[in-house]
Design a protein around this ligand. Structure first.
Ligand code: HEM
Length: 126
């Protein structure tokens, strides 16, 4: 059930979580997103305390870390936001910058982005 809500089945083994040093870049990604004029407005009405918590849970869970995801499904969470392809592009840019900053190896970044990519169809609705 968690895998359905979290949008994907976690990686196997401990390697991915370790490669992220237990810090999946959520704060860096969100800090950049809320100060990016292209997408900041999308987060204006959002409870950022909750979003930071549930996103960290999701990323930790997908990396096969010791976390359960307690948030909504990707479809439900994004249903009313009307996200466009360019919004997704901007968020991915910020995630990449955050992972760079944390020293996550390039191939590990790409494996993680590939895990998130199929969620696009539930997230981007316009
Ligand atoms: C694969 C890409 C994405 C993933 C994995 C993802 C993940 C999540 C998660 C885990 C939540 C929290 C759900 C909850 O707490 O119940 C959430 C909510 C949210 N996401 Fe995303 N997201 C993605 C793409 C995006 C993009 C591109 C944007 C905007 C640029 C965005 C904006 C938001 C906002 C504003 C909320 C809060 C909605 C609310 O307040 O009800 N997300 N997302």
């Amino acid at each position: 059930m968690t895998a359905v809500k979290a949008g994907a089945v976690p990686f196997a083994g401990a390697g991915m979580f370790e490669a992220f040093h237990g810090q999946a870049g959520v704060d860096g990604m969100l800090d950049r997103s809320v100060s990016d004029p292209r997408i900041a407005g999308i987060f204006a009405a959002t409870d950022m305390v909750r979003l930071r918590r549930t996103l960290k849970e999701q990323f930790c869970y997908l990396l096969n870390g010791p976390c359960a995801y307690t948030g909504r499904s990707m479809r439900d969470a994004h249903a009313d936001i009307g996200l466009q392809p360019a919004d997704m592009g901007a968020l991915v840019e910020h995630l990449q910058a955050a992972m760079d900053e944390e020293g996550v190896p390039f191939h590990t970044q790409n494996r993680f982005l590939a895990k998130l990519a199929p969620m696009r169809r539930d997230v981007v609705t316009r």
